[in-house]
Design a protein around this ligand. Structure first.
Ligand SMILES: [Zn+2]
Ligand SMILES: [Zn+2]
Length: 415
């Protein structure tokens, strides 16, 4: 039995009605071994999470969603003997999928200066772009952020996800694309799921190793017999990745640009070093000794190559073997968008503000508090600031869910 708030605000009632209409037609396939997973739901924005649910029939999940139209739906990455046991110890952990979370929240992108703002809730100090850890004015950690997901953010998140999948999961770890699924997180990123018996029983420490590898943590420069070694471009794993990264940095820019990007001086010695390294990398078929005098330059180049080739994943998600993750196919209550399941191939062309939109019919009148210009479906809307506008229902849901708009009286027509 789920406790229900007595009265819903106009916004909540509107969302409830639309979410219910979505789940009435919902026909998503079950995740692997769903009956061994814990399910969790949030019914309202402020409400508590309903946890420790389990279902033995998939039709029960559908019925639950239809009846309750939750704002958020999660399931455990873990498989349990007793998924509905109320405490974690008596659930009896059997294993877990390997999950990676790529979120633009954690990746610095230049567009954030344009569309993201933050405000210190303690002193009111505010700024644009990535929020600081603590307020630069009063050191408070109570920082409220307003974030948006633009086409530039989308591109960055996709590139990061493709890098994770192609360079690490497939090339280095040897998973096949059929073991990997991607889900649009519903907000600003992607979840990459690896469902394989090989990963199922990995403990937290093993998953930490995987995260460190993907993030390029703790790498050391290749050495042998006291000399620094240059790995061939084709070497497996990080060896070849670093050499390819260095080669890409060295190619395609002028000596002056290159020197300034590395924080070095464009001297004659630097130019000769670049030529020597480039030709060494081009002809190397095996590990070879670094030409003398280039140790400092090589180190700077390797550090930069690692920065460019590493993958920015949220380590808390991957190392947590009892994590609740959003269920693909469900709606994200913070955006109203569908947590869309994608194959690796579909990721490339995926467009969330078109393909993850659940509500494509009708218009709604809302008061928008603040919104930058947004391309939604086929049209561009905004920017709006504290004004009443009639906008597509899906965009209204997006804004209401993210706290950027409220329904105005009589604003809902058929949708
Ligand atoms: Zn402050
Ligand atoms: Zn952006």
């Amino acid at each position: 039995m789920v406790a229900r708030a007595k009265t819903l605000s106009a916004d909540e009632a509107f969302l409830k009605r639309l979410f219910r209409s979505y789940y009435e037609k919902w026909n998503e396939k079950p995740p692997k071994d769903f009956e061994k997973r814990e399910f969790a739901f949030m019914m309202t924005k402020e409400g508590e999470m309903v946890r420790h649910k389990s279902f033995s029939e998939w039709s029960e999940v559908k019925e639950f969603l239809r009846r309750n139209a939750p704002l958020h739906v999660f399931y455990s990455s873990a498989y349990y003997l007793n998924p509905d046991a109320p405490d974690m110890d008596s659930k009896e952990w059997l294993g877990a999928d390997l999950i990676f979370d790529i979120d633009v929240d954690h990746i610095p992108t230049p567009c954030k200066e344009k569309h993201d703002t933050w405000t210190c809730l303690n002193c009111g100090f505010a700024g644009r772009g990535m929020p600081p850890e603590e307020c630069p004015n009063c050191s408070s950690k109570r920082i409220e952020v307003k974030t948006w997901f633009c086409d530039e953010c989308l591109l960055v998140a996709k590139e990061e996800a493709m890098k994770l999948i192609e360079d690490f999961l497939i090339a280095d770890f040897g998973f096949s694309t059929s073991e990997i699924t991607v889900a649009f997180s519903g907000r600003r990123g992607f979840h990459v799921h690896v469902e394989s018996d090989v990963v199922k029983e990995l403990d937290q420490r093993a998953r930490r190793e995987i995260v460190d590898y993907v993030k390029g943590v703790g790498l050391a420069i290749a050495e042998g017999r006291g000399r620094v070694l240059i790995p061939p471009l084709t070497a497996p794993g990080w060896f070849g990745r670093v050499s390819r990264g260095v080669y890409e940095i060295l190619s395609g820019r002028s000596i002056d640009e290159l020197a300034s990007s590395l924080g070095l001086k464009a001297t004659k010695k630097f130019r000769e070093g670049v030529e020597l390294l480039t030709s060494s990398l081009e002809r190397a078929e095996d590990f070879q000794a670094l030409p003398s005098g280039l140790r400092k330059m090589w180190k700077v180049l390797v550090d930069k190559a690692v920065q460019e080739k590493r993958c920015e994943v949220d380590e808390r998600v991957t190392t947590d073997i009892k994590r609740l993750i959003r269920m693909p196919g469900s709606l994200h209550g913070g955006s109203g968008l569908i947590v869309t399941k994608l194959s690796v191939k579909e990721l490339e062309t995926f467009d969330p503000l078109r393909q993850a939109v659940a509500f494509k019919k009708g218009y709604v009148k809302v008061r928008v508090h603040e919104m930058p210009e947004i391309r939604f479906l086929d049209d561009v809307w905004g920017p709006f600031r504290n004004e009443v506008v009639e906008i597509p229902a899906g965009l209204a849901v997006y804004l209401i869910c993210s706290g950027n708009a409220t329904i105005v009286k009589g604003g809902v027509r058929a949708c």
